[in-house]
Design a protein around this ligand. Structure first.
Ligand code: PEP
Ligand code: MN
Length: 535
């Protein structure tokens, strides 16, 4: 059973009233009014709002999206080093270890958020179940204070227990928090040690059922090491679905608890960072639209200063290697150590079969400059299902360290990127058909691809230059025509060729090669000029 502790907010008023009126009061303190009215709820929620994180920690206990109890730890005015634990739980939820887990979670939060040394708990002696909850959480019995009156007027002895701040647990208010829920499982693998790292999951977290069903299916595919899910979606048009936000994070965490898959999501603002970490997201990625903006990247780097969380940096939308490198430098300077690149292709000025043109040489050069793992997001490169297999294979051949592939339990109904998402079964088939090469042979491929890319670039430049040369020849043709000069001027040509052979020789190029190339160029030039003169 997944137990989530949620901050109380004013919108929980009706649930709070229902809880306080329904809860069994045998062992509750007389401080809790009965009947519990609208005014009582307003007053208490107001106190919580003012004091949360300062004088106490106050949480609703949520099971299956329903508030079934409340747990809080409040500071003691008289003793600033102490805070007192109190809780209540609807009777139907007793004897299911819910309170043991809720107390464990809140104690961790308290020692992280409040500068106190111990949590004190006072319970009626006859409340045996609560004694067990405390013992399981390491509370130590310290004595009896006699005669307290309960909410329903019972008078009895009250026992006092203490939980001392664990050694090494510091209240680290200044840094973003990693976790509020020790109950959630640890990360299955450290993100950047288990290659190839296959990250899969839906483009967007849409509903609890969708992410849970997708995650459960993905957990059965052994190659899949991490669950992705977009919570905040950068959309072109404002009326498009922009993600579920915080409620989606709770579902993502449930999916992780259920499957053991570590999770990753996109963050674009410091607030996203804080929320993602609060909900135990295991790795963050910075999206292509965010990486184009150095101000945003710097804000994110600052938000992650001192936080040990893996961060993937996608390439910027534009093919700008330095901008991508700059983003890495900003995170490195902020002390973020686990960094990896995600190649998701680039916006291109011409129509191509891809949604985002791969320009493989750019990510390859990035890894040569920065020595970071490289993940290829084939879904956003392709933009369709048909190209995924070949593109994933190409990425592996170029020695990518992992793949990101969007997967949805029902792709056709997806709220974002429907055309490029595949079902878990299709993903399994795709992965089964891939050839995962050894890292060494991949390096050979990667180096070759890089060199071939360079050759392609140089050939392109040669062609541009040849075209320009022909254009200038045509202009000379026009000039000669109007000034009645012959096309071939042998003396000049002989001199040019001799100069080129000499320069070529300085550059290590044979005289035969230079003569052959320039005779061919000269010949084509003469033909072009002749056509101009005959026209
Ligand atoms: C995504 O991964 O869903 C996404 C929006 O990616 P990108 O930033 O690469 O467009
Ligand atoms: Mn997407």
């Amino acid at each position: 059973m997944i137990i989530v502790l949620k901050k109380w907010t004013l919108s929980d008023k009706a649930d709070l009233i229902a809880l306080c009126n329904a809860v069994d009061r045998t062992y509750l303190s007389a401080r809790l009014p009965y009947p519990y009215t609208n005014a009582d709820a307003d007053r208490w929620l107001g106190i919580v709002e003012l004091n949360e994180g300062k004088m106490g920690i106050f949480r609703a206990i949520v099971v299956n999206e329903k508030i079934v109890g409340s747990v809080s730890v409040e500071k003691d005015d008289k003793n600033p080093l102490e805070a007192e634990l109190g809780y209540m739980l609807l009777t139907d939820y007793w004897s299911k270890s819910i309170m043991t887990k809720a107390v464990s979670q809140i104690c961790e939060i308290v020692f992280r958020e409040l500068a106190i040394e111990r949590i004190v708990a006072k319970f009626f002696e006859v409340n045996v179940a609560s004694m067990r909850v405390l013992e399981k959480n390491g509370f130590v019995y310290s004595g009896i204070i006699e005669k307290h009156r309960s909410s329903i007027g019972n008078v009895g002895n009250v026992k006092v227990f203490y939980l001392q701040r664990p050694v090494g647990a510091q209240d680290t208010k200044q840094v973003v928090k990693r976790s509020e829920t020790p109950a959630s499982p640890p990360i299955r693998t450290s993100a950047f040690t288990n290659f190839p790292l296959i990250i899969s999951g839906p483009c967007s977290v849409e509903s609890e059922e969708q992410i849970m069903a997708t995650a459960q299916a993905l957990a059965k595919i052994p190659e899949v090491k991490m669950l992705r899910g977009g919570i905040w979606k950068p959309r072109t048009r404002p009326e498009a679905f922009e993600g579920r936000g915080e409620e989606g994070l709770a579902w993502l965490r449930e999916a992780k608890c259920e499957t053991g898959l570590p999770t990753a999501t996109e963050v674009a603002t410091p607030n996203h960072v804080e929320l993602a970490l609060k909900y135990d997201v295991d790795a963050l990625w910075i999206g292509a639209r965010t990486v184009v903006n150095p101000f945003s990247v710097q804000q994110l780097a600052d938000a992650l200063r001192g936080v040990d969380v893996p961060v993937f940096i996608k390439n910027p939308v534009s093919p700008d290697l330095n901008l991508w490198v700059g983003a890495f430098e900003r995170f490195q300077k902020a002390g973020v150590k686990q960094l990896a690149a995600i190649h998701r292709g680039f916006a291109y000025y011409k129509e191509t079969p891809y949604r985002n043109f791969p320009m493989w040489e750019i990510p390859i050069e990035l890894t040569q400059r920065l020595n970071v793992p490289l993940i290829t997001d084939v879904s956003h490169i392709c933009g369709n299902r048909e190209l995924l297999q070949a593109t994933a294979q190409k990425a592996l051949d170029l020695a990518t360290d992992g793949l990101m592939i969007e997967c949805h339990i029902n792709p056709d109904e997806a709220l974002t990127d429907a055309k490029q998402q595949i079902t878990p079964e299709e993903l399994k088939a795709l992965l089964d058909n891939l050839i995962f090469r050894s890292k060494n042979s991949c390096n050979v491929e990667r180096d070759l691809a890089n060199l071939r890319g360079e050759i392609d670039d140089i050939d392109g430049e040669l062609l541009q230059l040849l075209a320009r040369r022909m254009e200038v020849s045509a202009q000379i043709g026009e000039y000669k025509k109007s000034h009645n000069v012959t096309v071939v001027q042998m003396d000049r040509w002989k001199k040019i060729l001799a100069d080129h052979v000499a320069t070529g020789s300085d550059l290590g190029l044979s005289s035969a090669l230079i003569t052959e190339i320039f005779e061919a160029i000269h010949q084509a030039s003469i033909e072009r000029q002749s056509r101009v003169m005959e026209s």
